[in-house]
Design a binder for this molecule. Structure first.
Ligand SMILES: Nc1nc2c(ncn2[C@@H]2O[C@H](COP(=O)(O)OP(=O)(O)OP(=O)(O)O)[C@@H](O)[C@H]2O)c(=O)[nH]1
Ligand SMILES: [Mg+2]
Length: 254
């Protein structure tokens, strides 16, 4: 079985860099993952994808052909990815590997809310898929930002219904104290509610109600700090995937 590991997160949260570094990390362990870029608007990908949706679709091309601005073209592109998913799958099937590392578009609202992305995940193989949702470190530092990401994470989790893990991205730019505070929020909704209550804006009322809603559906996150730059938490990502699909067994190196 080949695992389709999707890296998902808000714009600039570090998806592409994590794909790049996780691939290098896996190669260092003796594995041979294959990278897939699903972002048709990616201009400066920090690695050279093995399979690239831009070979089929490009944001620039769609903008020119249909006379659209970047946002309208992104919507067209996300539907075009679904239309090309079978062909993409056929190309993926020509590789013999244990992991596909799949880099998703920055416009998470498109990836999250449009039906086409569910179709893509389905066509590429839902049973062997897992999501890594990256919490943006700067947003996560503020209680209201953290709750917004929690809501987004819950939506993605329930919408796609595939195995799922959350990571706190770019942890190298957070202080130990920040990481401790965020980890406490993940374990203890009361602590999060207290910190929200100390805010002086209207956001606090919304945030508190959102936290209570998440509590009601028993939504729980385990947030693993990662840093693509420092190779922190990469082993935890690998361990979670192995745990889910292989009961914790290691892969054979290729
Ligand atoms: N400090 C730090 N910076 C990082 C890390 N990972 C990524 N970055 C930086 O964050 C910025 C965005 O990284 P990307 O990997 O392009 O993020 P992305 O989520 O793929 O961005 P979009 O595809 O545009 O949504 C870049 O300047 C990266 O160098 C990390 O682990 N630590
Ligand atoms: Mg990217």
């Amino acid at each position: 079985m080949t695992v389709n590991l999707y890296f998902v997160g808000t714009a600039g949260s570090g998806k592409s860099t994590l794909v790049k570094e996780f691939k290098l990390w896996m190669e260092r362990q003796g594995f041979a993952p294959v990278t897939v870029n699903l972002d048709p608007g990616a201009e400066n990908i920090p690695y050279s994808p093995d399979i690239d949706i831009m070979d089929w679709i490009s944001l620039q091309g769609v903008m020119m052909e249909h006379g659209l601005g970047p946002n309208g073209a992104q919507i067209v592109c996300s539907d075009m990815i679904a239309m090309n998913a079978l062909e993409l799958r056929e190309v993926m099937d020509t590789y013999s590997c244990d992991y596909f590392l799949i880099d998703t578009p920055g416009q998470i609202e498109l990836f999250n809310f449009r039906r086409s992305s569910q179709e893509v995940v389905q066509t590429l193989g839902k049973d062997n898929s897992m999501f890594v949702f990256i919490f943006d470190p700067i947003l996560s530092k503020q209680p209201s930002g953290y709750v917004s990401l929690l809501m987004l994470s819950a939506t993605i989790h329930y919408r796609f219904q595939v195995p799922y893990m959350s990571v706190l991205g770019k942890s190298d730019i957070l202080s130990d104290q920040d990481i401790k505070k965020i980890k406490e929020w993940t374990k203890n909704f009361d602590a999060l509610e207290t910190d929200l209550a100390s805010m002086e804006t209207l956001e606090k009322e919304v945030g508190i109600e959102q936290v209570r809603g998440l509590q009601q559906i028993s939504f729980k996150e385990i947030l693993t700090p990662v840093s693509a730059f420092d190779w922190v938490g990469l082993e935890d990502i690998y361990a979670s995937v192995q745990d889910y699909f292989y009961g914790g067994d290691d892969l054979e190196s290729r």
